[in-house]
Design a binder for this molecule. Structure first.
Ligand SMILES: [Zn+2]
Ligand SMILES: [Zn+2]
Ligand SMILES: [Zn+2]
Length: 426
């Protein structure tokens, strides 16, 4: 973290916050943070390196647990400190595998037991400073956390006989509560979720549905970047939740997981709700249900089923819903994903192009998701030798990405290569 760039301050009505000590223009890197603890998600297990979280087809397997995988011996060596105790635990509960939050809390417990000095990630705010909001959690949430604490107990048993006896120094239930409201989802350059992690100093960032900063990741490193002009003393904000939700749903999510009500301008004016829910209610409700049920298709057959479902719904609702309806938009995205997985490039491009206008509406100014969507469409145009069109789309992606990701981000490097290929093809 650059010294003297950010500071903790009491944010009125929101506990602590983070504010800028210097002016910033859009696209400045305000902080680069290593995690206090992190882990790859269960879903990506075996597909990405456990140390650097990069995608890799050929990964080395940990010879002891045969679960953890790494790019090479260097990544494996670097990961050993955080893996060595967990390695025995993973092996002991096979063929079961812990939920992500349990694996993460396991790593936190080992770290707290072994830790002597503060971690650099705790420079502005330490793990012990993190809010747990226990008093405000619903009974249902508390019950869920108690259940996770029991799962952790079983998982850690080979290394720690009675995790609950670690009290009062280490309060397992409280750690789960802290993880619930402070955990960051780590995404790769394409904004797909690959891991979960804690970055305590970055937990000072408060939420806005219309924030002045964004977070992107490079491997396991968190990058905090400005997307607006920021004045000295101005509070820095990020979005905690997905943006494609009407205000009432955003409020519900924020209340449930983070225990507060958002009073940002977008929530007060409910400005985009009309566009988000435009069209026949009966039609979008059906689509909302269908999209929620898609899950995680893997095989060709599963993707074909998903595509057939999308095609049928798109045909049936061609006249009743505009593309800006957020559920129709999600359906278009889903159809595009399915086509890409089935290598049906032409059809993927048709769906992809339809998403661009609504993306511009909802992810206005600089948003990493819009940049990535433009890049995906550009790639599809490139695949089909539509070089001038591809180049135009990729340039638009670049103009956003240099702000949201920064020119030295690996994804921007990939984008530059793609641009060069288009120029060579013309
Ligand atoms: Zn292992
Ligand atoms: Zn690696
Ligand atoms: Zn809001």
């Amino acid at each position: 973290m650059e010294p003297g760039r950010l500071e903790k301050f009491p944010s009125p009505g929101r506990g602590s916050g983070l504010r800028a000590l210097k002016r910033a223009r859009p696209g400045e890197l305000l902080s680069r943070a290593e995690p206090f603890a992190c882990t790859v998600t269960k879903q990506r297990l075996g597909g990405v390196c456990e140390r650097c979280l990069r995608r890799n087809e050929r990964l080395l397997r940990c010879s002891q647990c045969k679960i953890a995988r790494y790019c090479d011996t260097r990544c494996q060596k670097e990961a050993w400190q955080e893996h060595k105790q967990e390695c025995k635990c993973l092996k002991s509960i096979e063929p079961n595998f812990p939920p992500d939050s349990v694996r993460l809390v396991g790593r936190i417990v080992f770290k707290l037991l072994g830790q002597s000095a503060a971690c650099p990630s705790e420079k502005l705010y330490s793990f012990s400073d993190l809010q747990s909001n226990i008093e405000e959690l619903s009974e249902e949430m508390k019950e869920g956390l108690r259940h996770l604490a029991q799962t952790l107990q079983l998982y850690l048993r080979v290394e720690i006989q009675d995790a609950f006896q670690l009290l009062p120094a280490i309060d397992i239930f409280q750690i789960f509560a802290k993880v619930t409201c402070n955990c960051f989802t780590i995404s790769n350059g394409e904004m797909q979720d690959v891991g979960v992690g804690l970055y305590p100093s970055m937990s000072l960032l408060n939420h806005s549905c219309d924030p002045n900063c964004v977070i992107v990741f490079e491997g396991r490193q968190l990058l905090l970047r400005s997307v607006r002009e920021i004045q000295i003393g101005e509070e820095l904000t990020i979005t905690y939740i997905e943006s494609l939700m009407p205000s009432s749903e955003r409020q519900k999510h924020l209340k449930r997981q983070y225990c507060f009500e958002c009073n940002c301008l977008l929530c007060q004016t409910q400005e985009k709700d009309v566009d988000m829910l435009a069209g026949e209610e009966k039609a979008w409700k059906e689509i909302k249900d269908a999209v929620t049920k898609v899950g995680d298709p893997r095989s060709q057959e599963e993707w074909e089923q998903v595509l057939a479902m999308c095609q049928a719904l798109l045909n049936n609702n061609a006249d009743s819903l505009p593309d800006t309806n957020i559920y129709l938009l999600k359906l278009l995205d889903c159809a595009m994903d399915a086509c890409i997985n089935l290598r049906r490039w032409g059809e993927a491009l048709l769906y992809g192009k339809r998403t661009l206008k609504p993306y511009r509406l909802y992810y206005s100014s600089f948003h990493p998701l819009r940049a990535v969507q433009l890049m995906r469409v550009g790639k599809l145009q490139h695949t089909q030798d539509m070089f001038p069109q591809a180049l135009k789309t990729l340039k638009q992606a670049y103009n956003i990405m240099k702000v949201t990701h920064g020119a030295d981000h690996s994804l921007v490097q990939d984008l530059m290569k793609l641009k060069e290929q288009c120029e060579a093809g013309m």
